[in-house]
Design a protein around this ligand. Sequence first.
Ligand SMILES: Nc1ncnc2c1ncn2[C@@H]1O[C@H](COP(=O)(O)OP(=O)(O)OP(=O)(O)O)[C@@H](O)[C@H]1O
Length: 606
Amino acid sequence: MTAGAPTPSPETTAADRPPLPDGTAAPPPGGDPRADAHPMIWLASAVAGHRRAFAATLLSNLLGQTAALAAAVTGAWLLGRTVAGQAAPLDVAGAVLGGLVVVVTLATWWEMYVAHDLAYLVLARLRGRVYDALARIAPARLLGRRSGDLSAAVLSDVETLEWLFAHTLAQLVTAATVLVCGAVGAALLDPILLAVSLPLALCVLTVPFWLRRTSSRHGEELREATAELTSDVVDTVQGLREITAFGALERRRDLLAAKTRRLARAQAANASRGGLEAALTDALLAVAAAGTLLVVSALVRSGELAVADGPVAMVLAAASLGPASQVALLLKEYGTLRAAAGRVHALVTAPPNVTEPAAPRPPLEGEVVFEDVRFRYTPDGPEVLRGVSFTVRPGQTVALVGPSGAGKSTCVSLLLRYWDPDGGRITVGGVPLNELADADLRRLVTVVPQDVHLFAGSLAENVRLGAPGAPVEEALRDAQIGPGEFPDGLDTVVGERGVALSGGQRARVAVARALAVDAPVLVLDEAVANLDAENEARLAEALEAAGAGRPGAGGRATLVVAHRLSTIRRADHVVVLEGGRVTEQGAFADLAADPDSRLSWLLAHQ
Ligand SMILES: Nc1ncnc2c1ncn2[C@@H]1O[C@H](COP(=O)(O)OP(=O)(O)OP(=O)(O)O)[C@@H](O)[C@H]1O
């Protein structure tokens, strides 16, 4: 039976994938052709997809800066002529100055608008790519990472890059242009004018490089301290009940205080280095301005420069100093930008955990078969599954039983294709999982996980997570959730992580969520652990009815990771897993009747 035509999943359709920084369609996840590029170049190329916005940012910045330079030159020219006692067309000069002031004002306003527009356009894309990367590597590569750390990568690192797109790229081009214009103008009057300002302006540009290593280290320390504090605050808020119950509030507060102090130290070190850089830059600029003034005075006194040209010469010669200090300021942020760019780049280009087939096969409903499945979590870790074979037929419930650490949850993870087996294969309807499109697999296999995560939102939104258009009432009824159980019915806000619900209610909402998908394969990973005996029995009956009653599909194939005798007893088939091997399987009645069976032993030692 075909579950449907081989519809390409959103993940496999190039048009649906978020484009690369240059706006072209992204290759399959993990296959970014720029993966090897330097992170900063990779990021700078992100503006290529927004040429218009970048051009507008550049133009507005250029217009504002050159108009400001022109205004300064006009004012200086007027001053020079007045001081030299020459006739000065005040009305014309006044009009020009007024016009330039208007241009500067409008250009500054325009730049603010377009620069941030550009930054947010690029950042929105980047966030999309970071999210895709998280989805691609989840959950396997996320297990070792803390939520605060990930939040930092997703939120603050991307936010940091706003500086790059809104205040760096176009500004660098403008600064170079203004510097060249000023230098050429001054050189036309007298090249000697540049003797002091130009070398010192170049010197200012090197200041951030003097402390580059320290700057990178400070950027990294600051980010680590922030991420650690965020993780601990999130951890504390989420675990407040346990912290209170175990009287650990005091210790937790001390821990947070220590982390806060660490962050404050990192901030202080960073600010102190920033202050030193700023002081050095200011000192160099002051020396350059004073030196230029002396040069201009000497040239005027020696008669090489007309008195009337003195102020203009001063403005042009000093014109290089403004852009130089601006660029130095931008370069000062390089360490932080580089670190943030590196982390975002690493996340976005991380190889996928499992790859989707180039030409997925049509999904077929049918039995789930584990064939000699072998698996280890890490290449040098122990083999967790050592040749596991069993079958779950449509309409059948199979209980996976075994001691803690036997590999039951690992079987579930492999059936959901969080990882691929190292040996053997898993098929649904005869099609190996790695030959199915991800979206097809999600429609074939659904799960009630061990740790149910409910999102802040309404009951209906949570139940519809996997099937946006699903009839929620039906799924809730099947999961034995009565209409009067929640005060606001489907609109009841379940609270973040389902804190507003009892453990049993959370489990039943998770079951309803899985049933709403109406997948032919249902996996329950100890979901009933939170239910009392009566609720558990009600739910089990409902699941049996829902499984058997699935129209036109010979019933639902249900795999239950079971601990309770009542759950195991209800199963059509029991698979006993120990140390990564199937040590026994068969009907519950047969296995339980044999006092020497592994099942009897396990039940006796529960
Ligand atoms: N992400 C992981 N990385 C490395 N090893 C893991 C990981 N998850 C589980 N393991 C190891 O794999 C083995 C099987 O774990 P699994 O969770 O599948 O057992 P289980 O039978 O479901 O246990 P329980 O009944 O306690 O949940 C254990 O030794 C466990 O420590």
